[in-house]
Design a protein around this ligand. Structure first.
Ligand code: FES
Length: 568
């Protein structure tokens, strides 16, 4: 078969000479004679993305597998995003990472790609890129870290930072003890060990069919991750030989499988924007309502923080994703294939639950209905989302007085003021934190509770925003409200004191103010200024709202792998 890379290397002319000569560097001539597919290893390893820093070792195992199967492996470092480091928010750069990776995959002489990701935005950006170029591709998720302990208790990274810092604010934990827990939080290589966004997106990649089945969720230090990486290298060569592309694997059925999986594992709300963005790149019809429809009635089977008790290495020990999927096998699309060419369901034979405390049987779920709920109303004409599994059941139907904050800085300035007019029935509203408004839609939707209420023992309140929430966070938090305030959404017209009505069962989110009065108000979009230059400028001019995945409007749709011109 003729490989794509032969368009660079084949022939006896000056251009093919240039392409070959600079690439030789010890590689044998047959590497360029057209019989071997060239496999890029798109690697997000970076010292500044600590969750991914072990991926160079993973890449070595992939390299061995590619050689063994008759391919030529090529390391391709790509833009990496460390969730805890990158300012103002990693989400501002997800589309940049996706665009840069897309262009480098297309621009280079490669036939297929292995995608190495881990930390929250890295798997989404790699999948968006692969979807756009549509070269044969397979993901190796870097895997979660092992569980650290503090004072004998396991630490869920992310989740326990929020919990412990709230305890400090409530006066039930000293700052000294809080800081002592810091060195216990990250026990090993790997990403966050809760069912946060990184764990969720690894599972989404597998449910979409884009990993070697059985790989996602393997802890980063576990030698089986390297074994799977080696096999994935071999599989990448097979993918090229079979001509199996992301567009054949990530079909609408695969996305619906991902939504079922998202509910069954109690995954992060961030998966909503990422899956919508990936689907957009492929031209797959997927809407916010698909999450509600398909996730509805799917039971929560995994008892993991932040909604539950256990952590990712417990889940792996208990049987892993395959054991969860086996329980909901009848809800999966039997026709949706994986990178192996066989349907996801065919890979579940032999799956078993080894600890029913961690993975529940379908007959004994943690919740009978764990899907993400999509709300609409005069506060969210294009939709908003809430994760009922992470919310307080008694707050899922609630009417309360709005206490409005115009920005994150406004929250910091006023939230703990003794003069803040708030009680436990209030609804905290945060605006100016959507894709355009912040810009970048940060994870601030789970804004902290006012100190004076924490001191009274209040641990949850209804919160509404146009922001996202960390997958490691929890609470009765309405997120992704669209359109956002900075795009003229009704959040910009809410005032402190307005009655806000949340009714999750009815899928409604409203402010009880007559439309005429609401529309007559001057919208508050302060904090929103058009950036002067660079990526931020491009981003705010083209980013779509959350209900369309917050991708750039001109990146929607696939462009394929063709490159028309040659510079030499
Ligand atoms: Fe990287 Fe949580 S900070 S996965």
């Amino acid at each position: 078969m003729e490989f794509r890379s032969s368009r660079w290397y084949a022939g006896n002319d000056r251009n093919s000479y240039i392409h070959r000569a600079w690439m030789r560097r010890g590689l044998p001539p047959e590497a360029f004679e057209g019989g071997k597919p060239h496999i890029a290893i798109a690697n997000t390893a970076s010292d500044l993305t600590p969750c991914n820093s072990h991926l160079n070792e993973v890449a070595q195992s992939v390299v061995h597998g590619v050689w063994e199967a008759g391919g030529v492996p090529l390391n391709l470092p790509v833009v990496s995003l460390g969730e805890t480091n990158v300012r103002p928010t990693a989400m501002l750069w997800r589309n940049l990472a996706a665009m840069a990776t897309e262009e480098m995959l297309r621009a280079n002489p490669i036939d297929g790609v292995v995608l190495l990701g881990g930390c929250d935005k890295t798997i989404p950006s790699l999948l968006m890129a692969a979807a756009s170029v549509d070269l044969p591709a397979v993901v190796v998720p870097g895997g979660p870290m092992l569980t650290g302990h503090f004072r004998g208790a396991p630490l869920g990274c992310g989740t326990d930072v929020w919990r412990l810092s709230e305890e400090v604010r409530a006066g039930t934990l000293s700052r000294e003890a809080f800081l002592r827990s810091e060195s216990s939080m990250i026990r090993s290589r790997g990403h966050c060990n809760t069912m946060g966004t990184a764990s969720t997106m690894a599972f989404m990649a597998e449910a979409l069919g884009m990993t070697l089945p059985g790989t996602a969720g393997t802890p980063a230090p576990d030698s089986r991750l390297l074994e799977r990486s080696h096999e994935t290298g071999r599989l990448a060569v097979e993918l090229v030989m079979a001509g199996r592309r992301p567009s054949q694997v990530m079909t609408r059925g695969s996305f619906l499988n991902a939504i079922v999986t998202l509910a069954a594992v109690g995954g992060s709300t961030n998966a909503v924007v990422h899956l919508l963005a990936i689907a957009g790149r492929l031209g797959v019809e997927l809407s916010l309502d698909d999450f509600d429809r398909t996730g509805s009635g799917v039971p929560l089977l995994v008892d993991l923080q932040p909604a539950g008790r256990h952590l990712m290495d417990d889940l792996f020990r208990a049987g892993g994703l395959a054991a969860v999927l086996k329980e909901v096998e009848d809800l999966l699309d039997p026709a949706a294939i994986t990178v192996t060419g066989r349907p996801l369901a065919e890979h579940l034979d032999g799956a078993g639950i080894w600890d029913e405390d961690v993975i529940r049987r379908r007959s004994n779920p943690l919740l009978p209905d764990a899907g993400i709920a999509v709300l609409r109303g005069n506060l969210a004409p294009s939709g908003a989302v809430i994760k009922p599994a992470a919310a307080s059941p008694e707050l899922l139907r609630h009417r309360g007085r709005a206490v409005v904050f115009d920005s994150v800085e406004d929250v910091h300035a006023r939230l703990d003021s003794p003069d803040l007019d708030v009680d436990e029935t209030s609804v905290l509203v945060l605006r100016g934190c959507g894709p355009k408004g912040y810009p970048g839609m940060p994870e601030v939707g789970n804004l902290p509770l006012p100190a004076k209420l924490l001191e009274k023992g209040v641990r949850d309140m209804v919160r509404i925003s146009d922001a996202r929430m960390s997958g490691t966070a929890y609470g009765t938090v309405v997120l992704h409200t669209a359109p956002e305030a900075a795009a003229g959404g009704p959040l910009a017209r809410v005032r402190t004191g307005d009655p806000v009505v949340l009714d999750v069962a009815a899928r409604r989110l409203d402010v009880d103010v007559p439309d005429a009065e609401l529309n007559a108000r001057e919208p508050v979009t302060n904090g929103y200024a058009r950036p002067a230059r660079g990526w931020e400028r491009l981003y705010v001019e083209h980013v779509t709202q959350a209900d369309r995945g917050a991708d750039l409007d001109f990146l929607i749709g696939s462009s394929g792998d063709r490159v028309g011109r040659e510079s030499h």
